[in-house]
Design a protein around this ligand. Structure first.
Ligand code: NAI
Length: 296
């Protein structure tokens, strides 16, 4: 199967690795050549680490790498059977890219979005053949997380759904059908996890100027006693405070401003300041090499 990925950031590069490992030929496209170069180097590092751990050999590394071509023109994706878009979480930008890619591809080609929170129906509505559009929502990091939400829009054909569902299974992932509602399953359930953690952190009472509990304390408690692998602040830093904030904002608007999903000013300011988390070297925690460890 010929797979095309639009956007070679955190998710696009991970999805490309998954598809290439499953034996698909993959074209990975980004508007920024630096992003393509970064994705290429990241894959080299990941696969070398897997060799060190004895999980794959040189031959397998070469096979995966040779399945991926890095391209700087959208038109180069014209022959793909399945395109998965993983660009910025913005409806207008996604719709524009979907329209352009549709103009290059055959009528049978499937065009999917990895959006975390936008309506698949609204993305699909930009297409001449909206029945070919579907949500394919991977989790971060895509090569490690088994779950993939498959989200048919009201316009999506059954044939497209079946094809995508079985393709994702053949990529050794666990697909689950989700409704085209804001945040689908996991991101909707997770909103209060981040939102309430941020609210606890932001609330201050007399004599407690920095909020009732610091973020590291909240993370520690959730991991130690809540059984979570990562605390909410570690997870927001991992996902990216910009991405996480935008998803919350979209879900909040989509639920007619239900206060349950109200975004946090703290996270907004962090995103504006470039405190994005791991990817920028600083978020709630400091990821620089000289960072001082934050005590719980
Ligand atoms: P990212 O910021 O790491 O990567 C986005 C990439 O898209 C960048 O390399 C950028 O240069 C490129 N790009 C932007 N506009 C473009 C365009 N018009 N054409 C081609 N490339 C373009 O973002 P990330 O985190 O990979 O997210 C991508 C999508 O995946 C978003 O819709 C996000 O909501 C979703 N998502 C993110 C998850 C996460 O944990 N970060 C998890 C699951 C879904």
């Amino acid at each position: 199967m010929k797979v095309a990925i639009i956007g070679s950031g955190t998710m696009g590069s991970g999805i490309a690795q998954v598809a290439a490992t499953a034996g698909c030929t993959v074209k990975l496209y980004d508007t920024k050549t630096e992003a393509l170069e970064k994705a290429k180097q990241a894959l080299e590092k990941i696969l070398s680490r897997l060799i060190e751990k004895g999980r794959i050999d040189d031959k397998e590394k070469n096979r995966i790498q040779s399945n991926i071509t890095y391209v700087a023109r959208l038109k180069a994706l014209a022959d793909a059977d399945l395109t998965i878009e993983a660009i910025v979480e913005n409806l207008e930008v996604k719709q524009k890219v979907f329209q352009e890619i549709e103009s290059y591809q055959s009528d049978e080609a499937i065009i999917a979005s990895n959006t975390s929170s936008l309506s698949i129906a609204s993305i699909a509505s930009a297409l001449e053949k909206p029945e070919r559009c579907i949500g394919v929502h991977f989790f971060n990091p895509a090569p490690l997380m088994p779950l993939v939400e498959i989200v048919p829009a009201v316009q999506t054909s059954q044939q497209v759904f079946d094809k995508v569902f079985s393709t994702i299974e053949s990529w050794k992932k666990v697909p689950v059908k989700a409704k085209d509602t804001p945040g689908f399953i996991v991101n909707r359930v997770a909103r209060p996890f981040y939102g309430e953690a941020l609210r606890i952190y932001e609330e201050s009472f007399a004599g407690l100027p920095e909020g009732e509990a610091g973020f590291a304390t909240i993370d520690w408690a959730m991991k130690e006693f809540g059984g979570f692998k990562m605390g909410p602040f570690q997870l927001m830093d991992f996902i990216g405070n910009d991405v996480n904030y935008t998803v919350t904002e979209t879900v909040f608007e989509a639920f007619y401003y239900d206060p349950r999903y109200k975004p946090s000013f703290t996270q907004k300011r962090f995103a504006e300041a470039g405190y994005l988390g791991r990817k920028s070297g600083k978020g709630f925690y400091d990821y620089s090499e000289t960072a001082i460890k934050v005590a719980p």
